[in-house]
Design a binder for this molecule. Structure first.
Ligand code: 8YV
Length: 321
């Protein structure tokens, strides 16, 4: 039987599905494997179901000479050297589609929490500081009527725009290439250049892949173009924002607040973030609803079965750039 390795815990139905086709070595106890231990486990694997935290690079590929497919349990794949995989004939797949609505919901949650100071309010209440009501208590920003600027306008960006319409927001987006006129019309979204998006948006939301080209596309200069009463939301990837520049902007209040689900060097994050009241922080949980995580785990497993058991084309092939 072909050997498949699952590097992190998944749901039981995913393991059952894989075991019907393969000899499965899984990490259902979800131990954080050291690199050496992980590399030992994959030595005879033909397929590996990875998590977004696994680094698939030349060293990883050297350790798995029989490897034919890496099925990432995430839509993003910046943890995988797709070029190196392709040079060795190793297929890479991801899990697009199944998490769009869930991540869009979460983006809205972070945006509202940052605009309306929900985290800060809860800390205030829990620490016993709430003694009376004041007219000017915890004043925040309105969502209704605000302009939302989406950097990135793929499936998730469009699912966010759909929600923004319901909230009475004006929607701007910036991407390298425009979406079709009918999509723009349906979502009431206008394509603008980056400076215009930064200058006009009350909420700038990042929902694009991380790549060399998107490294620090929001840095000191971009933050300085944003309104002083604006909010930055990053639900995409750490590294797209220059975190040090963001901390400076939040400290100096040149922007109102930020909502962050991702960080440079996560799971570590700059400890300065923890000292700031005007930032909402979460540990990369944008897709973490139970149905969505179940769907992601199954989507990755289906790619393994398609390629290795059924000799079919992968369902969600990632092509090298
Ligand atoms: C998490 C995501 O990375 O799918 C992605 O690209 O960012 C998230 O869904 C994923 O859950 C694995 O860490």
């Amino acid at each position: 039987m072909r050997k498949v390795v699952v590097t992190r815990e998944v749901f039981k139905e995913t393991i059952d599905f894989l075991e019907a086709h393969f000899d499965v070595l899984s990490n259902q106890e979800d131990r954080l494997l050291g690199r050496e231990e992980l590399l030992c486990r994959i030595s005879d694997a033909e397929g590996i179901q990875t998590a977004g935290s696994d680094q698939v690079d030349d060293e990883f590929l050297d350790a798995a000479p029989k490897l034919r497919i890496v099925a990432n349990t995430a839509v993003g794949y910046n943890n995988i050297d797709v070029q190196a995989c392709s040079q060795r004939g190793v297929i890479v797949t991801n899990t697009p589609g199944v998490l769009d609505e869930c991540v869009a919901d979460y983006a809205f949650g972070l945006m509202i929490a940052a605009c309306r100071r929900i985290g800060e309010s809860e800390r205030y209440l829990r620490s016993g500081q709430w003694k009376a009501m004041y007219l000017k208590q915890m004043l925040g920003l309105d969502i209704n009527g605000a302009t939302l600027g989406l950097v990135g306008f793929g499936r998730i960006g469009q699912a966010i725009a759909k929600r923004a319409n319901g909230f009475g927001m004006r929607v701007l987006y910036h991407t390298r290439s425009r979406v079709s006129e009918s999509v723009e019309r349906n979502l009431n979204a206008a394509h603008v250049n980056k400076p215009q998006l930064l200058q006009e948006s009350d909420v700038v939301m990042l929902i694009l892949p991380y790549a060399k080209e998107t490294h620090h596309i929001i840095g000191e200069q971009e933050l300085s173009q944003m309104k002083s009463k604006s909010v930055l939301v990053n639900i995409a990837r750490g590294g797209i924002v220059d975190d040090r520049a963001l901390i400076k902007a939040l400290k100096e209040k040149t922007i109102f607040a930020a909502g962050l689900d991702v960080y440079e060097g996560e799971p570590q994050l700059d400890p300065e973030f923890l000292k700031l009241e005007n930032v909402v922080l979460s540990p990369h949980i944008g897709s973490a609803s139970e149905p969505t995580r179940r769907a992601m785990a199954m989507a990755a497993a289906r790619n393994l079965v398609a390629v290795l058991a059924n000799s079919e084309k992968p369902i969600n092939l990632v092509r090298p750039n």
